[in-house]
Design a protein around this ligand. Structure first.
Ligand code: FE2
Length: 293
């Protein structure tokens, strides 16, 4: 029998009464989906998954996001894991800790900025599921911010001002923010900005949320400095401690979040220790807006 215990006053819950390694009954899928709609982040403890089990569990909730290697700076043959599962470790393809000079490592460091997964794609991600396989002895928390609560707490003027704004999202902007600008012409072309509404509405609950991410680097019709300052102010507002749940990882944790209602960021750890985290990602339903602009 699935039960969910709240982990934070506004959102995030811990699920008990489930083994994610076996096929789910329709009622269990429905209970988890209802939990996601309400809590936006769900934690499943003690789930020692293989990659195949993680993929099978994920597919109960929709289609896997599949962009091949688009949006990555590693080619398929340079990747450590098979298709369907993304590598969020600090390991190279041979299983050794990456060099601090490795540009893949630089790229990964950008995940420590607040973001929503795949907001830089025309169809941004629905859920992401992160499995903790090897956890460093210090740090490495993942923090989540409830973007519904953040939207609700905006003052009326800022809400009205945000209502119809369109942001441009790209990996170029989030990597530039940490000083990583060493991208090839091919990468720059592949990371062409996409347009996303600043305010989005959840398809089931109808709740509005701020659709922010470090990938957002421009607002259509605004100057860049004005847009960056507004986005920075909104992000600061949205990530106040009262809107944040910080997850302390244990080996075997599976954490599932709704990218449509939350932002998240990775936290520091000792890069000489192994962090092996693996992510499956569910595709969103449709583009949020026409990309014609
Ligand atoms: Fe992420």
């Amino acid at each position: 029998m699935i039960a969910i215990r709240p982990l934070h006053p506004a959102f995030a819950g811990e699920v008990s009464g489930i083994d994610c390694r076996r096929p789910l009954e329709p009622a269990e899928v429905a209970a988890i989906e209802a939990g996601m709609d309400r809590y936006a982040v769900l934690v499943f403890r003690d789930q020692p998954l293989t990659d195949a089990q993680q993929i099978a569990f994920t597919r109960h909730f929709g289609e896997l996001e599949n962009y091949g290697t688009a949006g990555h700076i590693r080619r398929r043959e340079e990747q450590r894991l098979g298709p369907g599962i993304a590598d969020f470790s600090n390991l190279d393809q041979d299983g050794n800790i990456m060099s601090p000079e490795d540009r893949v490592w630089f790229f990964k460091l950008g995940d420590r900025l607040w973001h929503s997964d795949s907001s830089f794609r025309p169809v941004p991600a629905k859920y992401s599921l992160l499995s903790g396989r090897v956890i460093p002895s210090w740090g490495a928390d993942t923090e989540f911010a409830d973007m519904r609560a953040a939207y609700d707490a905006l003052d009326a003027r800022t809400k009205a001002e945000s209502a119809d704004l369109v942001c441009e999202h790209s990996l170029i902007y989030s990597r530039e923010a940490i000083g990583f600008t060493d991208l090839s012409p091919g990468e720059i072309a592949a990371f062409k900005p996409v347009c996303q509404p600043l305010v989005r509405t959840h398809p089931v609950t109808g709740r509005k949320s701020l659709f922010l991410a470090a990938h957002a680097g421009a607002i259509v019709g605004w100057t860049i400095p004005e847009a960056r300052m507004f986005l920075r102010d909104l992000t600061e507002h949205a990530t106040q401690r009262e809107f944040v749940y910080s997850h302390k990882w244990r080996v075997g944790d599976l954490v599932m979040w709704d990218n449509r209602q939350t932002m998240h960021r990775a936290r520091r750890f000792d890069r000489n220790e192994i962090r092996d985290m693996r992510r499956t990602t569910l595709a969103g339903d449709a583009p949020l807006m026409s990309q014609a602009a």
